[in-house]
Design a protein around this ligand. Structure first.
Ligand code: TMP
Ligand code: ASP
Length: 237
């Protein structure tokens, strides 16, 4: 597979075409963004850690029967993935209250959500990724009923698989964001799964081990990602 032209530059990753129309290469950069791109910093090693972390998680999800775009690691910071037509909606599953849910509803951070809850956000930085509902998704044609149902089903399946995985590393999977796309008509999990797009707390101390360390200026961001990787057995070098 030959890497060719830059197709798209996101806040933390770049996408390149290949000599095969069905595949693209994702390059994980060290850029770390928060608040819809209003704050961006370079964090040494983060691209490598997220690339390898994501490959590990995607392999676990694939083995559990979830269709994923990830094919294989190409280098420390690059992966080969299926080229999806992305659905411009973010799917968020929450097991504990945190972040925007706490701000929106005034509930206590850390309150367990039983059953877990599901939310949709429009992927639009200029609008601050506003929350949308299932009717918006249908009315604006972002996804069909069947596609939306499949995205929801797969989001909860990912939650079941990953809750257990992180629990074995003495961590709570507080919440996470997924992005899906279409590959030859099928809904497939795209984007990435890394501590950039989820919340992970140590089970005993409730220390934050995810991008909230960056958002809240707590420091030790990449060190926390490496700690999570170590607990799960992700090989980083
Ligand atoms: P929130 O509490 O800010 O709504 O975020 C919920 C989870 O989804 C949290 O783990 C961060 C993740 N997320 C992103 O990674 N990118 C986004 O654009 C949004 C809205 C959420
Ligand atoms: N990923 C989004 C951004 O970079 C939201 C966030 O993580 O705060 O702005």
């Amino acid at each position: 597979m030959e890497k060719r032209d830059l197709l798209y530059t996101g806040k933390a990753k770049s996408v390149y075409t290949t000599d095969d129309a069905d595949h693209v290469v994702i390059l994980y950069r060290n850029d770390t963004s928060a608040f819809d791109g209003k704050r961006i910093e370079q964090l040494e090693r983060k691209g490598m850690v997220n690339n390898k972390f994501n490959a590990f998680i995607m392999d676990k999800l694939g083995a559990a029967g979830i269709p994923v775009h990830h094919e294989k690691l190409l280098s420390d910071t690059e992966s080969l993935v299926k080229k999806l037509t992305m659905i411009p909606v973010e799917c968020v599953v929450r097991n504990f209250a945190a972040g925007s849910l706490v701000r929106r509803l005034g509930v206590e951070e850390g309150r367990e959500l039983n059953p877990p809850t599901f939310e949709l956000f429009l992927k639009n930085d200029a609008l601050g990724d506003p929350m949308v509902n299932e009717y918006h998704v249908r009315s604006f044609g972002w996804a069909t009923d069947a596609q939306l149902a499949r995205m929801k089903e797969l989001s909860f399946k990912v939650n079941d698989v990953l809750k257990q995985l992180f629990d074995a590393g003495n961590m709570l999977l507080v919440d996470f964001k997924l992005e899906f796309g279409l590959f030859h008509g099928e809904i497939v999990l795209g984007d990435e799964f890394s501590p950039d797009g989820c919340r992970l707390w140590d089970k005993d101390t409730r220390n934050k081990l995810d991008k909230d360390r960056f958002r809240q200026g707590l420091g030790g961001v990449v060190e926390a990602y490496e700690e999570v990787s170590h607990r799960l057995g992700v090989k980083l070098d």
